[in-house]
Design a protein around this ligand. Structure first.
Ligand code: NZQ
Ligand code: ZN
Length: 392
């Protein structure tokens, strides 16, 4: 087992009607003026936003609002948020929505404590030293941003999507009411389930062998999410299934399922370029590339892929041919993605890639040919292009 740090400072308030506690939680964090930051309308339509305002009013906390965060959140919105918060003397940010609203809130939080252009932090020109405190009311089980140290922002200039990971951006609290997720369209629910699974799988597929507890946690989480996703296909308002994936989303990306492991993360890097250039839903993009990535790299650790096949996908182990077991596991997961109506190729995402676009994606994903991605197998620009080609 590798050395590791596990830091999860986020207070979780989980269950029915918990959004009514928002005002008191901001008060507890000593917030005196709040930016309520949200997406393109779902929180208005559901009435959630009004309930959040009522809770802030009740706690006597003044606020300003900024809506309009789009999926694959944009840098221009972040600049807008920073300007508004400065003008209004905001000292606490409350994100109401999914990963996009939360990530945009985190970027604003960084920007408020940084004198230069916040995009420099995402380009790793500077390391953030501080961030405005933020809290979250989550409306979709997916990214785990409510407990994670990540924020992913798209710069419209060049359509570069870049992530920034730093513990100072971890939310102070996360309110999670499974009922708030009932209004999600099936595609977003399943895209979220895929993302949750991928956050654990990215940590699972690396070479360390002696992390039994972490592996059991990972395998259990994956099985629970697959089961709940199937339930939600026919019963989207099943409280327990919604609760399972909501909690799994947080645990899948707060570090728990990767303790002692190095992780891989190639699929996320592959998807981020697709999201930046073609604005696809993040989880669906991951499903579209995973099978091609897995077939490209599985030979570098057949035992690991076979373990996944047996322990997660229920494939019988073929002692004479472990490679066959590994491949059957990959196929079984692709079939699962199909069963929850997720794409297993980029064309099924609605994107028909030509060769120039593949080259551009590979160039961007390799940071203009200056880095490799992946842990189980290091992938350079040529490998990356080949995987996009296979996934086409
Ligand atoms: O904008 P609104 O109207 O709110 O609609 C959203 C959006 O269209 C809708 N939605 C959310 N909750 C809803 C709802 N519709 C009805 N009822 C509800 N309860 O769903 C759509 C997707 O929302 P979004 O916030 O974009 O989804 P998600 O949570 O999947 O976030 C995706 C973003 O997070 C990044 C992704 O790359 C992508 O940009 N990620 C962030 C991570 C992190 N910070 O730790 C890790 C991930 O790997 C990921 O990269
Ligand atoms: Zn993800």
């Amino acid at each position: 087992m590798n050395n590791f740090q596990y830091f999860t400072p986020t207070k979780v308030i989980f269950g029915k009607d918990t959004e009514s506690q928002a005002g008191d939680l901001v008060k507890e964090q000593k917030g005196t003026k709040v930016l309520v930051h949200y997406g393109t309308g779902s929180v208005k339509r559901s009435g959630l936003l009004d309930r959040v305002y009522a809770s802030l009013d009740k706690a006597g906390i003044p606020y300003v609002s900024l809506g309009g965060v789009v999926p694959n959140p944009r840098l221009s919105m972040v600049y807008k948020g920073i300007e508004l918060c400065k003008k209004e003397d905001v000292d606490f940010i409350l994100a109401v929505g999914g990963g996009s609203a939360i990530d945009s809130a985190k970027a604003i939080a960084y920007g408020l404590k940084y004198d230069g252009d916040v995009w420099d932090l995402y380009l790793k020109k500077e390391v953030p030293q501080d961030a405005m405190p933020l809290g979250v009311i989550l409306t979709i089980a997916a990214t785990g941003s409510e407990m994670s140290n990540s924020s992913v922002i798209t710069n419209e200039e060049g359509w570069l999507k870049r992530g920034l990971n730093h513990d100072i951006s971890r939310p102070r609290f996360a309110i999670m009411n499974p009922e708030l997720t009932y209004t999600l369209p099936e595609y977003q629910t399943m895209s979220g389930c895929t993302d949750i699974m991928m956050h654990t799988m990215e940590r699972y597929f690396s070479h360390e062998m002696d992390t039994d507890l972490t592996d059991y946690l990972a395998e259990g989480l994956l099985k629970a999410v697959m089961h709940a996703a199937k339930v939600l296909l026919t019963k989207p308002e099943d409280y327990d299934a919604r609760a399972e994936i909501l909690w799994a989303g947080s645990l899948s990306h707060n570090g728990l399922t990767g303790c002692g492991r190095l992780g891989d993360w190639a699929c996320h890097q592959l998807e981020h370029e697709l999201g930046g250039m073609f604005d696809v839903a993040h989880g669906a993009g991951l499903a579209a590339v995973w099978g091609s990535w897995a077939r490209y790299v599985y030979k570098s650790d057949v035992a690991r892929f076979a373990k996944f096949a047996v322990n997660v996908m229920g494939i019988p182990y073929d002692y004479a041919d472990p490679e066959k077991t590994a491949l059957e596991g990959i196929e079984a997961l692709e079939n699962f993605f199909r069963s929850i109506h997720m794409p297993v190729s980029i064309s099924e995402l609605g994107v028909e890639l030509n060769d120039d676009q593949i080259k551009e994606l590979a160039h961007k994903c390799s940071f203009m040919d200056t880095r490799t991605i992946g842990g189980i197998q290091k992938l350079d620009k040529k490998d990356i292009a080949e995987i996009y080609r296979m996934a086409k």
